[in-house]
Design a protein around this ligand. Structure first.
Ligand code: DAH
Length: 378
């Protein structure tokens, strides 16, 4: 009795049917192309009225012997189908994720859109270059107010009230106020010399002072506001030789040329004695003046670039220092003019028009390394 179904035809037939069902279901699962199709297969096999569920239900109505015989293959069918469904589900989910990742991939090699970019104005660029060159020579940057008083701008620089040099400066004065100092827009950066010598820091002094200055003047080479840079050295035993070497080193670094030839001409500034004006040689190349070379050569000429001299002892005295102990030199020049000479612009007024086309053409990228390759002596 115990082997009533063993070897029995009907039993064999059922076993064959189960294994055929299993093979069919597993093949269908393997072929399912989508998660939805797979879910439909799961419901058809293991759902409430699924085929496998139906077979499992028949176990309850079987005799123990029959159940012993048919139970294992039916359980095996359920487990195999469950495992195949889980494997296929994982594979389909992974494929869906892979497809999503492939379609949403960010291409890191695509150049980013930087949008509209501003540029560094030629004046700022040149001021940076100057600060960099003079930093290499041991100069620090000093500043002073643009609204100055008469004493710092003129008197302390040995330009007294009646001095004709005052008339040369086309000064913008503020309205006089009773009992107040006479105020003006500084006409040069030289008052920063006075403020530096008087700020309580004892010499030696080595500073440059870049900044805005104002004069009532306007044409192709003059604007009411422009930029100057002042230099001042106060120490012991300073001579005109130190001045010449400093200016030569600075101009070579600034114009990035070794063949800079200087010409020092005697001149007059109230705050220096002796005073010199410094010309730099240029060479005519395709009708353009290119800085460098001997100005006396057949294809050359001279351009005035600087005012300078040994600091007048009256100025040193006015600042409360002993001129027998301390000497020095000073120089001053136009930053805008230096920019025009180096970068080939010809109308100073365009510097301050704010025309975007000009700024795009002559401006510098903030991300670029300065043109200066490493400062002095590189
Ligand atoms: N302050 C003078 C000017 O604006 C330029 C100048 C000349 C400055 C000689 C100096 C100097 O320091 O020594 O015209």
């Amino acid at each position: 009795m115990g082997s009533r179904f063993r070897g029995n035809d009907e039993g064999l037939k059922i076993m064959t049917e189960i294994s055929a069902l299993k093979a069919g279901l597993i093949a269908d699962i393997a072929a399912a192309g989508t998660l939805d199709a797979l879910e439909a297969l799961r419901v058809g096999a293991l759902g409430k009225s699924g085929v496998v569920t139906g077979l499992l239900k028949t176990l309850g109505g079987m005799s123990p012997d029959e159940r012993m015989e048919k139970g294992p293959p039916i359980q095996d069918l359920r487990e195999s189908v469950t495992a195949a469904l889980a494997d296929k589900k994982a594979a389909l989910e992974q494929a869906a994720l892979d497809a999503k990742l492939a379609s949403e991939k960010v291409d890191m090699t695509l150049p980013a859109d930087l949008g509209t970019q501003g540029s560094v104005h030629a004046v700022s660029q040149v001021m940076d270059e100057l600060a960099e060159i003079f930093a290499d020579l041991g100069f620090s940057v000093a500043t002073g107010p643009e609204i100055e008083d008469d004493w710092h701008n003129f008197t302390a620089l040995n330009i007294p009230e009646t001095h004709p040099a005052r008339a040369m400066h086309d000064t913008f004065y503020f309205p006089d106020e009773e009992g107040q100092k006479r105020m003006l827009l500084r006409t040069h950066t030289s008052p920063v010399q006075i403020r530096t010598m008087m700020n309580g820091t004892p010499p030696p002094i080595r500073i440059i002072a870049p900044g805005r200055v104002y004069r009532s003047d306007s044409d192709a080479t003059h604007t009411p506001m422009f930029h100057q840079i002042e230099g001042l050295v106060i120490d012991k035993g300073i001579t005109l030789g130190h001045l010449k070497w400093t200016l030569e080193t600075f101009l070579k670094a600034f114009f990035e040329r070794e063949d800079i030839v200087l010409r020092l001409r005697p001149s007059y500034f109230p705050f220096t004695e002796p005073s010199v004006e410094v010309d730099v040689g240029y060479t005519l190349t395709n009708g353009q003046r290119v800085i460098g070379g001997d100005g006396d050569a057949a294809d050359g000429g001279w351009l005035e670039v600087l005012g300078s001299g040994m600091v007048n002892r009256r100025v040193i005295e006015a600042c409360g220092l002993d001129p027998d102990e301390w000497q020095g030199f000073a120089f001053g020049t136009g930053v805008d003019r230096l920019a025009m000479l180096k970068y080939g612009m010809n109308d100073l007024r365009a510097f301050f028009d704010g025309d975007l086309r000009w700024l795009k053409h002559y401006g510098f990228s903030a991300l670029d390394v300065p043109t200066l390759s490493g400062g002095v002596g590189a």
